[in-house]
Every structure is written in structure tokens, then in C-alpha cells.
Write a protein that binds this ligand. Structure first.
Ligand code: ATP
Length: 358
């Protein structure tokens, strides 16, 4: 089907470096999928493999129902927006957007009307006559987008297209891009190392680590339930604890952490008695008020002021937990204070240690 992308068992090495390792992924028509991960995890390589700038060592890539493996880039129904925009400096805004259609030898009328509507889409319709030196960074970004959209690709590939913009503009462009994609319903595959950007825009997020996929999920699901230690850490789960499964009772398991805490976690069927596990806890899910389950006495070791909230480093046994507290409540506490920390067994995330298995 048009706009569908199927990646099957794709591997790509550069000499000794295995950039992409046995990756399989299905993207639905009209979906906004983001490849998220740290520098060097293989996001760009995977995107370049889909674009046809690189060929895989193994595996297949099917675009819009046709096997594209081995096809050169210009024969694939995809376009790419690059981080540096790669605009032609000696052409006008209009000339930049028209370029691809000129190469395809479309007639003047068609070029005129398609470029005009592409520029309208990105809110640049009055700036077609400007030189690219006379427009701002955000506007260059829009021109690069229009230049790719004017060719009406089935799949649009975007490689960190906001990286050169400052934070405020980037946030505005994120919303614009998401709205545009929702209107056009073109399949977007977007690359970023910024988790917030991924959470704001994507229908689904593909977390990558060392050439492999760690987890594929919707933003909410990924945020609430990262499944691996790597994904949890990358998505800001500040408390990662190693523990051993002690036993179970009434729907909860008892875990003893390395630092000597006995805590209760919801028994999701994945814990095995006597085995070592990693668990995660978001700082904002721990509170400084008493509750029945998982209540521990601690001492404030350190504080990190973060504007709206404070990140208390609380020593509990031999563990130091990050505990987030809104600053309306946090006033009056200080280092050395004795506090009570507590959290629900539902907030303890069971994490797979994929890295240890490699
Ligand atoms: P970044 O966010 O820094 O762009 P990335 O996740 O996009 O990183 P890739 O650029 O795909 O990662 O790189 C994956 C691995 O492959 C890295 O170890 C990188 O050094 C290596 N690599 C990428 N391209 C080449 C190349 N042309 N030649 C040799 N090694 C390469």
C-alpha cells in the first residue's frame, strides 16, 4: 500500500563497525515514526538505507508495496530533509523548491502551481522571490521541507531537521511539522536524539541502541512503561536499581535491592524467584509523604534546584534515590533533613537488561 514501509532483517557494517544490526520495522501509511537514540546508535544509517544512499549487507526494504532493496535513491518514492538543509545558495526560495521538478522536466505551469502550494503549506508563500541568504534559520528549514514535499513522496525522511534551531523555534516547528503531517497524511520517518522532540511529535517511537531496536511504542506507553534498562535511562528514569527477587505475596513481589532496600513491585508475571533484575522508578513518582507500601526513612543528601521543582537526592539505606518535588511543597526542606519516601508498587518498572545479554 502507498506510504507503507517494511524493513526486514536489515544489517549494515562499515568495516568493523556494525552500524545497523538485524533491524525489522513496519511503518504504516500516514504514520509519524521517530528513530530515537544517542549519537552513533545507527539512526542516520537506517534512514540512509531507506533513502537508498546506502545499500544493506543483508535484509530487505519494501516501500509502498514494492521491493526497494538495491534500487538507487532517485528511483525510490521517498525524499529526505537533512539537518543542514543543503539549500542551493545561488537560487531563490522559489528556485530551491522548483529544483526537483525542473530535473523531472515538468512544464512551467505545473512547476509554478506546485511550488506555490508547497510554499503555502509551509507558510512561505510571499517569500518565494527572496534569496536564501535573506531568510532566517526557521525559514530555511521550511524551504527544505517544501522542497521535499513538492515532489509528493510516499515517505518523507527527516534527519534531525531541527538541530540547527534554538529551543523556542524548535518547539514551534515541532508543532507545525506535526500539524502539517496530520493534514497531508504522508508517512514520516524522523530521526532525533532528543526525547522530548520524539514524545511531542510521534505516533510511535523506535528506541535504538548500538545498531539495534530496543523498544517500539507510542509516546505515552514508552514514557510510562519503558521495557529495557537502556530505554528507561534514555527516557529519564533517574532511579535504576539492581535487585534480587525474594518472593511473592498477594499480587506483589518482594525485591531486595543491592543497597539493602526491600521493596514491593506489582507482580506482572515477569519476575522469577531468586533471579537478579533491574527496576526503575521515576523521581516524580516518589513522594515525601507516608504511604502503606514501600515507605522508607531517608536523609536528604543533596538538592538540585530545577525551577518548577527540586530533585532531592535522598539516601535510603545504601541507595540514593532521586525524588522530584514541586517547589510549592519543597520550600523549607534542606540537606540533612530526615524524610520519609514512599511509592506505590505500581510505579516500580521491571526492566530488561538487553545490554548485559550482548
Ligand atoms: P548521530 O546522532 O551522531 O548522527 P546516529 O545514531 O545517526 O548518530 P550513525 O550515523 O548511523 O548513528 O552511525 C552509526 C555507527 O556507524 C557509528 O559508529 C558511526 O561512527 C558509524 N558510521 C556511520 N557512517 C559511517 C561511514 N560512512 N563510515 C564508517 N563508519 C560510519
Amino acid at each position: 500500500m502507498k506510504g507503507e514501509l517494511q524493513i526486514r532483517g536489515v544489517t549494515k557494517s562499515y568495516g568493523q563497525v556494525r552500524a545497523v544490526l538485524d533491524v525489522s520495522l513496519d511503518v504504516r501509511p500516514g504514520e509519524f515514526v521517530t528513530l530515537l537514540g544517542p549519537s552513533g546508535c545507527g539512526k542516520t544509517t537506517l534512514l540512509r538505507l531507506v533513502a537508498g544512499f546506502e545499500q544493506p549487507d543483508a535484509g530487505t526494504i519494501t516501500i509502498s508495496g514494492h521491493d526497494a532493496t538495491g534500487l538507487p535513491a532517485h528511483k525510490r518514492p521517498v525524499n529526505t530533509v537533512f539537518q543542514q538543509y543543503a539549500l542551493f545558495p545561488h537560487r531563490t526560495v522559489f528556485g530551491n523548491v522548483a529544483f526537483g521538478l525542473e530535473i523531472k522536466k515538468r512544464d512551467e505551469h505545473e512547476i509554478e502551481s506546485r511550488v506555490a502550494s508547497a510554499l503555502e503549506l509551509v507558510q512561505m508563500k510571499d517569500l518565494g522571490g527572496r534569496s536564501v541568504h535573506e531568510i532566517s534559520g526557521g525559514q530555511k528549514q521550511r524551504v527544505a521541507l517544501a522542497r521535499a514535499l513538492v515532489l509528493e513522496p510516499d515517505v518523507l525522511l527527516l534527519d534531525e531537521p531541527m538541530a540547527a534551531l534554538d529551543l523556542k523555534l524548535r518547539q514551534q516547528m515541532q508543532l507545525e511539522l506535526k500539524n502539517l503531517q496530520e493534514r497531508l497524511r504522508i508517512t514520516f520517518v524522523f530521526v532525533t536524539h532528543d526525547q522530548d522532540e520524539a514524545l511531542v511529535m510521534s505516533d510511535r517511537i523506535v528506541v535504538m541502541n548500538a545498531g539495534r531496536i530496543e523498544q517500539v511504542d507510542g509516546p505515552e506507553e514508552l514514557y510510562e512503561k519503558p521495557r529495557t534498562r537502556f530505554a528507561a535511562e534514555f527516557l529519564g528514569v533517574a532511579n535504576l536499581l539492581q535487585a534480587t527477587v525474594q518472593g511473592r505475596q498477594d499480587g506483589v513481589v518482594v525485591l531486595r535491592t543491592k543497597g539493602g532496600l526491600d521493596l514491593l513491585a506489582r507482580d506482572d508475571g515477569g519476575y522469577r524467584d531468586g533471579t537478579a533484575v533491574w527496576v526503575g522508578l521515576r523521581p516524580e513518582k516518589i513522594s515525601l509523604v507516608d504511604r502503606e507500601a514501600n515507605a522508607f526513612k531517608g536523609i536528604i543528601d543533596d538538592e538540585v534546584f530545577l525551577g518548577d521543582w527540586t530533585d532531592w537526592r535522598v539516601r535510603v539505606g545504601d541507595e540514593v534515590l532521586s525524588v522530584g518535588e514541586g517547589n510549592v511543597l519543597a520550600r523549607g526542606r534542606r540537606r540533612g533533613d530526615a524524610v520519609q519516601v514512599s511509592f506505590s508498587p505500581d510505579e516500580v518498572l521491571r526492566l530488561d537488561d538487553t545490554e548485559a545479554r550482548r
